[in-house]
Design a protein around this ligand. Sequence first.
Ligand code: MG
Length: 202
Amino acid sequence: MKIICIGRNYAEHITELGNERPENPVIFMKPDTAILRNNDPFYYPEFSKDIHYECELLVKIKKEGKSIDAKFAHKYYDEIGLGIDFTARDLQAHAKEKGLPWERAKAFNGSAPISDFISKEGHDATNLGFTLEVNGSTVQTGNTSLMLWPIDELIAYVSNYFTLKTGDIIFTGTPKGVGPVKIGDRLKGTLAGQEMFQFEVK
Ligand code: MG
């Protein structure tokens, strides 16, 4: 399986990082070794001094497809989840400055904690609220209605380049409110009012 991540999909997050609004979705990938499940702790890596959380809605692909038309994209997923796109902001800043790829900053071990997935039935994927709390304080509040490219358009766009396969996961981008974590922090994610994950930074 592969993890495909979308960058810069919420206008207010683009502004907070001082980025340009892209013409097309920004895409990067994480390997399966990035995944953390079952509320396993995240171990702060030694190579960074500025790890940031980015809470994102996840979409799990349920059948293979390529060059999918956006109007059929809803047939390619029926489960959603919540995850963190951990980012070594210091390494990413260096990569951006030099025009280098983002993998060391985004795709390292444990950089993709994910929740269990829930059925999208009964939820409106175009109007789904989610929040991230750090140590009991809400730091990010997002809603899929604020995406620059909604889920169906992301699936269509991504599948022009990469054949989507059963079990692939798409990280759909982070809303505003990203920030640093430190050892000892507890992160809790909620999707449509339901607790999805809760884990510690060690
Ligand atoms: Mg992200």
